[in-house]
Design a protein around this ligand. Structure first.
Ligand SMILES: [Zn+2]
Length: 304
């Protein structure tokens, strides 16, 4: 497998590393690169000059020991070399952009990984990102996972972001859960994934969210079709969470509150506490907690 660096990424990493070295009083590497680049700057603009520039950047990159972290991370994935011909590291500008994808290529198979430059120069570290993204890429290339490239996930454009977040959540749960089981997980990954699950499925009861979490964190890897289904269909999530298919915990804004009958735009957070449920049931024995209650009624029963 050929390891390649996008020139913009290489330049950003080397510049940042030299700046840090200079701040620590070490100017040797910067002076060395500067003198190596002097003849390059005198070359006519064009492909040959760009290549010479990139060659010197790469030499400095290696001299500063920056490639070691990349090679150490890749050494954990020997299978990748059998499935991929080129791995290209490119520059990400935000954490959200840090992601690997398979590029459409005429010859062989190329994977592009977008990385924030300070993963190599700062304390954030590269290895955790490589573990997550390369595990995802191996899923993607595994025929049993049956990945199907999909442009848009949601049926309605307004739901695309939410659907995409959910799609990402289930895949991440499985990837990070498997890494944790292998002793290669990142500290804090489990609570972070659980917080994201709670955010995306706030309307489900706690025990349902816990079942969802455990199922994908510790259970067998889902197929790509299952991840897509979970992201798109409430019924699939309810089934995986062990909840009845007609479970409805999230009354929509403007629906009448089952207690006071007024249109409610501020539903109480679900699930309501056991104490509130008990208090409501004294006045409304037919009520079920899943039907919810409005914010005003909640306050009333919370105080009683
Ligand atoms: Zn009410």
């Amino acid at each position: 497998m050929n390891l390649e660096y996008d020139p913009g990424f290489l330049d950003a990493v080397v510049t940042d590393a030299l700046r840090r070295a200079e701040a620590a009083g070490d100017r040797a590497a910067a002076a060395d690169l500067q003198s190596a680049l002097e003849p390059v700057y005198r070359m006519p603009a064009g492909g040959a000059r760009d290549q010479a520039f990139a060659r010197e950047q790469l030499r400095t990159f290696r001299q500063l020991g920056l490639e070691r972290a990349v090679l150490a991370g890749l050494a954990e994935f020997p299978e990748l070399a059998r499935r991929v011909d080129r791995l290209i590291l490119c520059r990400a500008t935000t954490r959200r952009e840090e992601e690997a994808d398979v590029l459409p290529a005429e010859k062989g198979r190329a994977v592009r990984l977008r990385v924030l430059p300070d993963r190599l120069t700062g304390p954030a570290g590269l290895v955790a990102l490589l573990r997550v993204e390369l595990t995802r890429i191996l899923d993607l290339l595994d025929p049993e996972f049956a990945f199907v490239p999909c442009g848009r996930l949601a049926d309605r454009p307004a739901e695309e972001n939410l659907t995409r977040d959910r799609y990402r959540l289930f895949w991440t749960l499985s990837v990070e859960g498997r890494l944790a089981a292998a002793g290669r997980g990142e500290a804090g990954a489990a609570p972070r994934a659980r917080t994201e699950l709670d955010r995306l499925y706030a309307s489900l009861p706690e025990e349902g969210r816990e079942r969802l979490f455990l199922r994908y964190w510790t259970g067998p890897r889902p197929t790509h079709a299952e991840i897509r289904r979970l992201a798109r269909e409430t019924a699939a999530v309810l089934a995986a969470a062990g909840l009845p298919h007609d479970y409805s915990a999230h009354p929509t804004s403007g629906m009448p509150c089952p207690l006071c009958r007024f249109p409610a735009f501020d539903w109480a957070p679900a699930p309501a506490s056991a104490r509130v449920v008990r208090a409501v049931l004294q006045d409304f024995p037919e009520w079920t907690a899943t039907a919810g209650l409005c914010g005003r009624c909640f306050e009333l029963y919370d105080r009683s």
